[in-house]
Design a protein around this ligand. Structure first.
Ligand SMILES: C[C@H](O)[C@H](O)[C@@H](O)C(=O)CO
Length: 495
């Protein structure tokens, strides 16, 4: 059978075609494109029309490769961002990027209605400026409440694209669960949070759990794409939930989905809302049936993506490999910074911001590209260690192994540094974790696999893993002490 997965990330989108037969899957990447946010009049937007266009280019390729025989298609993406549609499916708004400044502008007012602590206790989600609730509240503060009052539905990006394909309006569970408006205990929207800004409950689509075969593409889409059409499934549409599901490690471990963000956490049976979890700003996030994540967001490849972009704009188009080689040659432990500093949150001028931070803290700064990249990787590894220690303490669960998945699993320097800093074995892979998790759930939705374990066994031959053991522990421990002095994380919500 032919299964098609679309994985949309903050820096790019990819479509994977899986050929499944004889209890095995082989996957190929059939299309990829860049995804960037655009600033217009000080606001930040995604180009949703381009995303739709590129998704269709990938679908077209899959139609050709399979002789118009796609057995299932599903989408996952980063969380939180959305658009509104009317009853006819007309797009009423563009899609704002979660890094847009409007939530920061209104944060004090918003937290004046429901405090960070109340929001954490009700939703179990981390306090972060990017949350959907914060975006909706900021819209109201900006005088755009009329959109909430008049729109038919609010759809998260994957649900929006599904609507373009099928005409259906759903609110997928894993994305809903990280909106900061979901109540895990009731397994439903949290009325108290919605009431704080009179957010109409009717704005949300049919709550749909991952593993559901939703239906067929609609006639108008089939005609437009010149296809007989294909079934659309609902998977863990939140990419982190998809990535975690692909982990090959079966014992207790720290899981890290490493892309633009490193989502560092562990799987638990249910939601854990405690004072300590609130203080460490650990997020409770929903997953595939029976799976629940306790995790923290750490900005990760964002530093490398933004640094690479800065140099490109200034005439130096480094490849990731070149950046890695330059960092390798640079002197170790020149400078460390706290990746959670809000200074680094918005796009633009990343190397300059890092230099500025270092000047403020050390009175000196990394000068060369290699020094900057090395200080990024070392600082990230230190933050990863700090986060894993918090998780161990709060979940009361030893996490002796780290499974790094996603694009970051390909960055061998980052994997080795993480093992060194944390003093734990790192298992790196799968690097296409999100797509693998997406396809895994499609196997279940279509009935090709009866259980999650069966689906994971089918996917296992399609990827490899690599192990890293800790080195130079003493030196890393010494510098970790210095790193701890920089961290501003005793308070929740550094974002
Ligand atoms: C804001 C981030 O996108 C989100 O917290 C994270 O979970 C994600 O989806 C990373 O792709």
């Amino acid at each position: 059978m032919n299964i098609l997965a679309f994985d949309l990330g903050a820096s790019g989108g990819k479509l994977f075609l899986a050929d499944v037969g004889n209890g095995k899957a082989s996957i190929q990447n059939i299309h990829r494109f860049d995804n960037v946010s655009y600033q217009i009049n000080g606001s930040l937007y995604w180009d949703i029309i381009n995303i739709y266009k590129e998704m269709n280019i990938g679908i077209k390729k899959a139609i050709e490769l399979t002789d118009d025989h796609i057995d299932s298609f599903a989408i996952d993406s980063f969380s939180n961002d959305f658009a509104f549609i009317d009853e006819k499916g007309t797009l009423l708004t563009p899609v704002r990027c979660y890094r847009d400044k409007r939530t920061e502008r209104h944060a004090a007012k918003i937290y004046g209605r429901l405090s960070k602590k109340q929001l954490y206790n009700l939703s179990g989600n981390q306090n972060a400026l990017f949350n959907t609730y914060m975006q909706l509240a900021a819209m109201c503060e900006d005088g755009h409440r009329y959109i909430l009052e008049n729109a038919h539905k609010l759809l998260f990006i994957p649900d929006l694209l599904i609507n373009f394909l099928t005409g259906k309006t759903i609110s997928e569970y894993t994305l809903s669960s990280v909106s900061q408006m979901y109540d895990f205990k009731k397994d439903d929207w949290c009325q108290e949070i919605l009431d704080s800004y009179s957010i109409p409950r009717s704005l949300f689509g049919t709550l749909t759990k991952p593993g559901t075969l939703l239906g067929h593409t609609q006639e108008s889409y089939n005609k437009y794409m010149e296809t007989k059409g294909f079934p659309v499934s609902v998977v863990c549409e939140h990419d982190t939930a998809s990535a975690y599901l692909s982990s090959p490690v079966t014992s207790d471990c720290a899981l890290m989905s490493c892309g633009t963000w490193a989502l560092i956490g562990t799987e638990l049976d249910s939601c854990v809302i405690t004072e300590e979890g609130y203080r460490a700003n650990l997020a409770n996030e929903g997953g595939f049936k029976g799976h629940h994540r306790l995790l923290r967001n750490v900005m990760s490849s964002w530093f490398i993506q933004e640094t690479k972009r800065y140099y490109k704009e200034h005439g130096q188009d480094y490849s990731f490999e070149e950046l890695g080689r330059l960092a390798e040659a640079a002197k170790p432990f020149g400078f460390l910074f706290d990746p959670d500093e809000s200074l680094f949150y918005e796009p633009g001028n990343m190397p300059v911001k890092i230099q500025q931070y270092c000047m403020d803290h050390y009175g000196a700064r990394p000068e060369s590209t290699g020094e900057i990249i090395r200080c990024i990787y070392e600082s990230l590894a230190m933050k990863f260690r700090w986060t894993i220690e918090q998780l161990e303490h709060i979940s009361q669960k030893p996490l002796p192994v780290i499974n790094m998945m996603g694009g970051g699993a390909k960055a061998s320097m980052l994997c080795q540094f993480t093992a060194n800093a944390a003093g734990r074995k790192v298992i790196a892979g799968p690097d296409e974790a999100t797509a693998i998790g997406n396809i895994t759930v499609q196997l279940i939705a279509t009935g090709a696999a009866a259980t999650l374990n069966e689906a994971k066994d089918i996917m296992r031959p399609s990827y490899q893993t690599k192990e890293y053991t800790p080195q130079n522990s003493e030196e890393w421990n010494m510098h970790y002490e210095a790193f701890l002095k920089l961290s501003n994380d005793s308070e929740p919500a550094s974002l």
